[in-house]
Design a binder for this molecule. Structure first.
Ligand code: ADP
Ligand code: MG
Length: 392
């Protein structure tokens, strides 16, 4: 799960990570009030679109206002606007809220981030002098400009981690300790909130030599949300894929992708393998879907309905290994689904394991035209890719 910049900054402030003062607003009149509250005599107020995507600055989602009236104008312009950035995809994201903050006097922009590194099995903190740029580009072109430290959670953030980053950034002596306190506070935010990503781009040094988080992005481990009520309360459903939210209600793990082969699989590992083999056969999966170990006819039917809501889907691959879930239940679920929703694309079915024979019988006697049975995983993948391309 991700949160907005203004929410991440709220958390930062609790931990003593400096940020500019600011207020969130959902209406232009509240934006003007927020600007007045920040101080009517500021030189610059910044009006920032709040969406779960970076690159807002370049896309016109960050505006510098010179008066409170101007804050109101920018607020009107941004609220309700669809912003297309390099991270939103071509369809863009609608701005439902904005953040009004005091303008900072930037001397230098840095990058500071923290992610879980699965290879070293540790959180990694990264810093760079190339702040304000897309970090992916820095990593690709000048990787030596990113300084990384792995932090063993059993030991926690230590002075030497901070010094390696600070010296790598070429900070002067009087700034090293300030930077280390900043980084250490950030480490505690990351650990205490079960984050899997924090990105501050830019982290700035102000003209009066203070480090301030000017941008803030945070992502969290979904499996830890049960113990993070404060974060869960920050969830903004307008930022999420509606079909993914609905799938979650039925215990289905569904992730929408861009291809045209719908996938209905049980078990996350098998679902990944299914997507791989579809690609291997020259197709593109339209989704990841794990119907879970204990899928019932109803959940299978719901899964079908959700897959079919995606207009790109040209064929569906049902790949179920009956262990705890019995194949006959899945077959009944497919029948159920055809009653509830019109299944007008070919469905390639590979069912193996518990009650596979009963399942074939159910499907063969069902009178559904679009069903193509597969002998094994590879055969199924071939058939579904060909069906999605309009072949037999
Ligand atoms: P994004 O990464 O989505 O483009 P940022 O929050 O990083 O959004 O803002 C983009 C740029 O706008 C920053 O690199 C900085 O130059 C400027 N900016 C953002 N917030 C402020 C602020 N409070 N004061 C001055 N400049 C700002
Ligand atoms: Mg940024």
């Amino acid at each position: 799960m991700n949160i907005h910049e203004h929410q991440a900054k709220e958390i930062f402030r609790k931990y003593g990570v400096p940020t500019p003062k600011g207020f969130v607003a959902f209406k232009p009149e509240n934006a003007v009030k927020a600007a007045q509250q920040l101080g009517g005599d500021l030189d610059v107020w910044v009006v920032k679109a709040q969406i779960h995507a970076g690159g807002r600055g370049k896309a016109g989602g960050v505006k510098l206002a010179r008066s409170t009236e101007e804050v109101g104008m920018f607020a009107k312009e941004l609220l309700g606007k669809t912003l297309v950035t390099h991270q939103t995809g071509p369809e863009g994201k609608t701005v439902h809220r904005i953040y009004i903050e005091e303008g900072a006097e930037i001397e230098k922009e840095f990058y500071l981030g923290m992610v879980l590194d699965r290879a070293s099995e540790k959180p990694v903190m990264m810093a760079s002098t190339e702040g304000g740029m897309e970090i992916e580009e820095v990593a690709a072109k000048t990787p030596e400009k990113i300084i990384k430290v792995e932090i063993d959670p059993a030991i926690g953030f230590q002075g030497f981690h901070g010094r390696k980053l600070a010296f790598g950034l070429g900070l002067s002596k009087d700034q090293v300790n300030k930077f280390i306190s900043f980084a250490q506070a950030l480490y505690h935010v990351y650990m205490d909130y079960d984050a899997n990503l924090i990105e501050i781009n830019p982290l700035i040094r102000t003209k009066d030599k203070k480090f301030v988080a000017l941008d803030a992005k945070m992502g969290f481990d979904d499996n830890a949300l049960y113990r993070q009520p404060e974060i869960l309360a920050m969830r903004d459903l307008t930022e999420e894929e509606p079909t993914e939210i609905e799938a979650g209600k039925y215990g289905l793990s569904y992730i929408k992708l861009d291809g045209n082969v719908g996938c209905m699989v049980n078990g996350a590992g098998l679902a990944m393998a299914t997507m791989d083999i579809i690609k291997h056969e020259g197709g593109q999966p339209a989704n990841f879907l794990d119907v879970g170990g204990g899928a019932s006819a109803e959940t299978v039917a719901k899964g079908f309905e959700i897959i079919l809501r995606d207009p790109n889907v040209k064929a569906i691959f049902v790949n179920i290994f009956g262990g705890i879930v019995r194949c006959d239940r899945v077959a009944n679920g497919i029948l159920e689904a055809t009653k509830l929703t019109k299944v007008d694309v070919p469905v390639v079915v590979r069912l193996d394991g518990t009650n596979a024979e009963e399942a074939s019988e159910i499907l063969n006697n069902s009178g559904i035209e679009n069903i193509i049975s597969a002998n094994d995983l590879k055969d199924g993948a071939k058939k579904v890719v060909s069906a999605a391309k309009g072949g037999k």
